[in-house]
Ligand binder design. Structure first.
Ligand SMILES: Nc1ncnc2c1ncn2[C@@H]1O[C@H](COP(=O)(O)OP(=O)(O)O)[C@@H](O)[C@H]1O
Ligand SMILES: [Mg+2]
Length: 233
């Protein structure tokens, strides 16, 4: 579904990503783990076209996208939820969702308020609540929900559990598993190994812009040295 090969990204003169390879297959939840500053957000931004890749190839749904603009990539069915929540604080939950609505897409699930509500029960309870009067976790859910209204085949989630209350983190994990069941492929970045273990099938670990580990969650759980070297604070 999504394949990144030998991706190199710079900010000015600074070489941030070095020969990054990663792959997300249909139906999979894949987590990109790494410490603060490792290059997780830059990887996702490079995939979605917010940051231009200097070299390497990115293939999504059979099309090369490394030179495409973010809106073109979104239209192919690749959704993106940035680290910072992007909701309209003046608009209600329903209105925020309407803003994200796109035409149904062949081969991807179609979302409406009812299906969104089954995934995020909190949002179902507050259709008329202005975005600005929601908790941080609820805003994070609304940001994901609005991206889903575009009916993506795959979504990139940048640290969905960051800065979110523990009870909401558990709901977020349930929602990610619900998305997987619905047939949306997911690539998420995380520092929270516990959250990642709850939701992911496979993991990559990035450090200083290089991939240091690729394997199943079971392999990662068994590899104490890798976890200590690249994940422990
Ligand atoms: N806009 C930017 N300009 C210059 N350097 C940046 C910019 N954004 C991030 N960086 C640097 O790139 C590296 C990777 O950052 P980032 O991808 O945000 O890491 P992560 O998401 O894993 O915390 C860090 O060293 C960070 O300081
Ligand atoms: Mg980041």
């Amino acid at each position: 579904m999504l394949k990144v090969e030998s991706l190199n990204t710079y900010y000015g003169q600074a070489h941030i990503l070095s020969d990054v390879d990663l792959e997300v297959n249909a139906g999979e939840v894949v987590v990109l783990l790494g410490r603060n500053g490792a290059g997780k957000s830059t990887t996702l931004k490079s995939i979605i076209g917010l940051v231009r890749a200097a070299s390497g190839t990115i293939t999504f749904a059979g099309k090369r996208i490394e030179r495409a603009a973010p809106h073109q990539i979104a239209r192919l069915g690749l959704g993106y939820v940035p680290e910072e929540r992007r909701i309209f604080t003046e608009l209600t939950v329903m209105e925020n969702l309407e803003v994200g609505r796109q035409a149904p897409r062949p081969g991807a699930p179609t979302w409406d308020f009812e299906k969104i509500g089954a995934l995020f029960p909190n949002l179902r309870e507050m259709p008329d609540r202005p975005g600005g009067r929601m908790s941080g976790g609820e805003q994070q859910m609304l940001t994901i929900a609005r991206t889903l209204m575009g009916n993506p085949a795959c979504i990139l989630l940048d640290e969905p559990s960051e800065g979110v209350a523990p009870v909401i983190v558990d709901q977020m994990a349930e929602a990610v598993l619900g998305l997987k069941r619905a047939g949306v492929a997911i690539l998420l970045s995380e520092q929270n190994l516990h959250f990642a273990t709850q939701v992911a099938d496979r993991a990559y670990i990035i450090e200083k812009g290089r991939m240091r580990f690729s394997g199943s969650m079971q392999e990662l759980a068994a590899d104490e040295q890798v976890r200590a070297q690249y994940l422990a604070v």
